[in-house]
Design a binder for this molecule. Structure first.
Ligand code: TYD
Length: 223
């Protein structure tokens, strides 16, 4: 019997330090014999990577930004994420839709109703895959991560870690107040769907953060 696909996303404000832990998890899953798809948003396909360059570098109005991000997400889901999950792979995705609610919604103040609508258009799962009980619900079934690991770090601390690290992009160059709103945005998303989230205290030393991350996967029986 083939293994179940697993869709994991990683979130947090810029500077929270998710990259090294994604790499370590990839290693741990490979060691456990799982086939991996390692990907990111915005991006993950040739088209979505082109859209990423625009989103991270060009000034644009918030609706344009949200539409481009969800267009990239649509392409990514259709050509990479969904096929990988159907093959039974582990998909490790550096950011997904929670980032849009946190950055575009809470950070930039864009209308979250519109984001919810775009989320439903882009992530709706075709009815044929839904059980009778699921289709009977008012809300359509959405393709969401099985687990979202949220690296939670105070914006002041993240800013210190980022200082001088490299040339900042459009979001990284935002003031601390912006990242406070983004962090609140992540907290609201977690509150709305607590089962899906694992909040990690990213203020700890790197090794302690890794032990916490690893423990989440061990306790779920995934590693
Ligand atoms: P990030 O994931 O931190 O990649 P890197 O490690 O290369 O910097 O950068 C992506 C940036 O895009 C980050 O600042 C958050 C932003 N972003 C949004 O604003 N909305 C989104 O929906 C996503 C996925 C990312």
């Amino acid at each position: 019997m083939s293994e179940q696909g697993l869709f994991i996303s990683f979130e947090g404000i810029d500077g929270a330090g998710k990259s090294t832990h994604i790499a370590a998890l990839a290693e741990a899953f490979r060691a456990a014999g799982r086939t991996l798809t390692l990907t990111r948003e915005p991006g993950g396909t040739p088209l979505a990577e082109k859209l990423r360059v625009m989103v991270l570098n060009d000034a644009m109005d918030p609706l344009t930004e949200a539409l481009i991000i969800f267009a990239a997400r649509r392409d990514h889901l259709q050509s990479v994420i969904t096929p990988a999950l159907q093959r039974g792979e582990v998909v490790l995705c550096d950011r997904f839709t929670d980032a849009t609610f946190a950055y575009q919604g809470a950070g930039r103040g864009f209308d979250t109703h519109v984001l919810h609508t775009l989320e439903q258009w882009v992530q709706a799962v075709p009815n044929s895959n839904a059980s009778a009980a699921q289709t009977a619900k008012a809300e359509p079934l959405l393709q969401q991560p099985d687990l979202t690991v949220w690296f939670d770090l105070a914006p002041e601390e993240a800013a210190q870690r980022l200082a001088g690290a490299r040339l900042p992009d459009k979001f990284e160059s935002q003031p601390v107040a912006f990242f406070k709103r983004v962090a609140d945005g992540y907290a609201s998303r977690m509150q709305a769907d607590p089962q899906r989230f694992a909040r990690i205290n990213a203020a700890q030393a790197r090794e302690a953060v890794w032990l916490d991350v690893r423990q989440v996967f061990v306790s779920k029986g995934w590693l």
